[in-house]
Design a protein around this ligand. Structure first.
Ligand code: COA
Length: 174
């Protein structure tokens, strides 16, 4: 179960100082053993690429060149990271980002929760946070590409397959 604990600003100890006045939220969550854990959701953009790579490795994603990952993050509209917080230390346990035209449309990419933290509702928390942040920017059309095994995960969050018969189409180099 997740309890919304408080909003915080850049003055909080667990958050490095950056300019944005509103960086994220700290939650108290019961893990699968019923123990309380502190989870931080953040929109800070300055992530350690190696830590992010480790997280992607943990779910078996193919490695991507770090210089391209860096560029993808730089050009993303929204970056959300999720952290386990213990005292003043924190560990990256989830991630998602979105690209956007800044007006109408956004597409969510690279949604991941570390296997040690899956099936505790944190993927849902992460996605709801991404959607909330996009809606706060008045983005109304949110899309994503779902791997077949996670379609139901996204369905539960309100995403629809082929709304009004619209199909995603792809072009790949030969
Ligand atoms: C997909 C992923 C982000 C889900 O994170 P999670 O923290 O385990 O998800 P949650 O515990 O918040 O689950 C939320 C709901 O979705 C359901 N769900 C979770 N994973 C699911 C899956 N693979 N298929 C169907 N339903 C799923 C849960 O049962 C839960 O249902 P409920 O609301 O009725 O209780 C996580 O499993 C992951 O990182 N997977 C590997 C990377 C990946 O495949 N990313 C998506 C790429 S498109």
């Amino acid at each position: 179960m997740v309890f919304w604990k408080r909003f915080f600003t850049s003055s909080d100890a667990v958050v490095p100082s950056v300019d944005a006045p509103f960086l994220g939220e700290l939650l108290e969550v019961n893990n699968s053993s019923g123990l309380k854990q502190q989870i931080l959701l953040s929109v800070e953009r300055d992530l350690d690429l190696y830590e992010l790579e480790e997280l992607c490795d943990s779910v078996g994603w193919a490695r991507r060149p770090l210089r391209k990952v860096k560029k993808a993050l730089e050009f993303s509209f929204l970056i959300v990271s999720m952290w386990e917080v213990k005292g003043t230390r924190r560990r990256l346990i989830g991630f998602a980002r979105a690209t956007s035209d800044h007006a109408f449309n956004a597409t969510i990419w690279d949604v991941v929760v570390h296997p040690d933290f899956q099936s505790q509702g944190l993927g849902k928390v992460l996605m709801r946070y991404v959607i909330r942040r996009l809606r706060s920017e008045d983005i109304s059309n949110i899309t994503l590409f779902a791997d077949p095994q996670v379609i139901d995960f996204y369905r539960r969050l309100g995403f629809m397959l082929d709304p009004e018969g619209i199909k995603g189409m792809f072009w790949y180099p030969n």
